[in-house]
Design a protein around this ligand. Structure first.
Ligand code: GTP
Ligand code: MG
Length: 433
């Protein structure tokens, strides 16, 4: 037992430290932290919970089944408001309960699940389950459809679940036995049979009828103590046996979900930054080719722009390369593009020649044609280079040829050329004004 506990404690420390590393990771862009504020604050809460070795128990169930009463009975003090009206508890609330070995146990009260609409209920169930190491689902009769689906949702989170039939004092012994049997059957697969229990968190006073000296019946009442011994015993047993390990496991699962989301967000942010940068260079190069009067400088300037684009992209992906390396990369990509696109690439390369030949024609027409081809070429180089950086500075098994081939298949040439012509025409009009 102590060995198991030591192992659990070790696991807990390991998860706690990995949580800290995730929270403090300097590589995570501020924009990602901002977009995932809730997740980061949950991580922080989880970290504190692990650091304090706290265990969390939450109640869940329909309104007025006695959720708050059950917690009060477990705490042996009236902490949570209770009452016959529906919806006494409106928000999730918490209070410290007791200590279990080294671990403080914290209990969480929740509003009744039939007080809120479907989506909010799912959210609440997910939140309760994520936070709790053990969930007590309270009911006061056989399960309704709503209760069964809520129970199923909670079970998905793989927390230990207790199903408690409260208000046992309202039922005869025979009824109690029958209800327990029904509940065990209806919760099969979701709750272990020995985790379906009876309780009377706030039993009504006992009615006592005596025969008076005058022969008349005399009625009086006697208050009854809560009967939650079975629940308290199961809760302690489960938490003592697997509480710390569960707590570490659950936090670990959540942290890995968050770290996946962080990775996805970073990829999204990089992708949109990359696309923005690529378009900026497309425009720059399109304009340079369209308006530059000296043919040879066109090509030199254009190539320099492509190299700078690739250099810039490597920084967006956090895989910085030197200008020289960027130049080599552009060379490799251009070679593949030339091989695969023949005609269009040839036009691109010959654009300066074309420009000399077409000197007498309408400047705007030729400038647009050449500029948009140059735009398209830079666009392709940018997309292929992005692919190379997304794969961690690697071409993957198919080499650069495959990467260029895939990008050409994905890109709709006509729409890129149309976009280029439109953007360049706007700029050129602006210039001539
Ligand atoms: N007969 C009987 N009544 C109980 C028992 N437990 C709670 N009640 C009563 O049921 C009513 C509702 O109890 P609460 O604890 O407020 O129920 P809740 O589930 O927290 O309700 P909401 O917060 O409104 O969702 C109160 O009047 C309690 O006194 C019990 O074991 N037996
Ligand atoms: Mg309540």
């Amino acid at each position: 037992m102590t060995e198991q506990l030591d192992a659990a404690r070790q696991a807990l420390h390991a998860v706690r430290d990995s949580l800290r590393a995730l929270i403090d990771d300097r590589e995570t862009p501020a924009a990602v932290r901002e977009a995932l504020q809730t997740e980061y604050s949950d991580l922080q809460t989880l970290w504190r919970k692990l650091d304090d070795q706290e265990l969390h128990v939450a109640v869940f169930g329909r309104v007025s089944v006695g959720k708050s009463s059950l917690l009060n009975a477990l705490l042996a003090r009236d902490v949570f408001a209770t009452g016959p009206l529906h919806g006494v508890t409106q928000r999730a609330e918490t209070d410290q309960w007791t200590r279990l070995g080294d671990s403080p146990v914290r209990v969480f009260d929740t509003p009744g699940i039939d007080e809120i609409d479907g989506q909010a209920r799912e959210r609440l169930a997910a939140q309760v389950a994520r936070r709790a190491d053990l969930v007590i689902f309270v009911c006061d009769a056989d399960l309704t459809q709503l209760e069964r689906s809520a129970l199923a949702q909670l079970a998905e989170a793989h927390r230990p679940l207790l199903l408690v039939l409260n208000k046992a004092d309202r039922y005869s012994q025979a009824e109690q036995a029958r209800l327990l049997e029904q509940l065990r059957a209806h919760a099969r697969g979701l709750v272990q049979p020995e985790h379906v229990l009876l309780a009377a968190a706030d039993p009504r006073p006992e009615r006592i009828v005596r025969v008076g000296i005058d022969g008349q019946d005399v009625e009086s009442t006697r208050p009854r103590e809560p009967d939650i011994a079975a629940v308290a015993q199961q809760v302690s047993a489960i938490l003592a046996r697997e509480g710390l390990l569960l707590s570490a496991l659950n936090a670990g699962l959540y942290a890995s979900e968050v770290s996946d989301t962080v990775a996805t967000r970073i990829a999204e942010i990089r992708a949109s930054a990359a696309q923005r940068v690529i378009r900026g260079y497309c425009l720059g190069k399109g304009l340079a080719v369209a308006v530059n009067p000296v043919p040879l400088t066109d090509l030199a300037a254009a190539a320099a722009l492509d190299v700078t684009l690739v250099f810039h992209l490597s920084r967006i992906y956090g895989l910085p390369i030197t200008r020289h390396e960027a130049g080599r990369l552009v060379g490799v990509i251009s070679l593949q593009l030339a091989a695969l696109m023949g005609a269009v690439w040839a036009v691109h390369a010959a654009s300066s020649l074309l420009k000399t030949l077409s000197a007498g024609l309408s400047v705007t027409v030729t400038a647009l044609a050449q500029g948009s081809v140059a735009w398209y070429a830079t666009y392709l180089i940018g997309q292929v280079a992005t692919r190379y950086f997304v794969q961690g500075r690697s071409w993957g098994p198919g080499g650069p040829k495959r990467a260029v081939h895939d990008v050409l298949n994905l890109v709709d040439r006509e729409s890129i050329l149309a976009e280029a012509r439109q953007a360049l025409a706007e700029r050129l009009r602006g210039r001539s004004r």
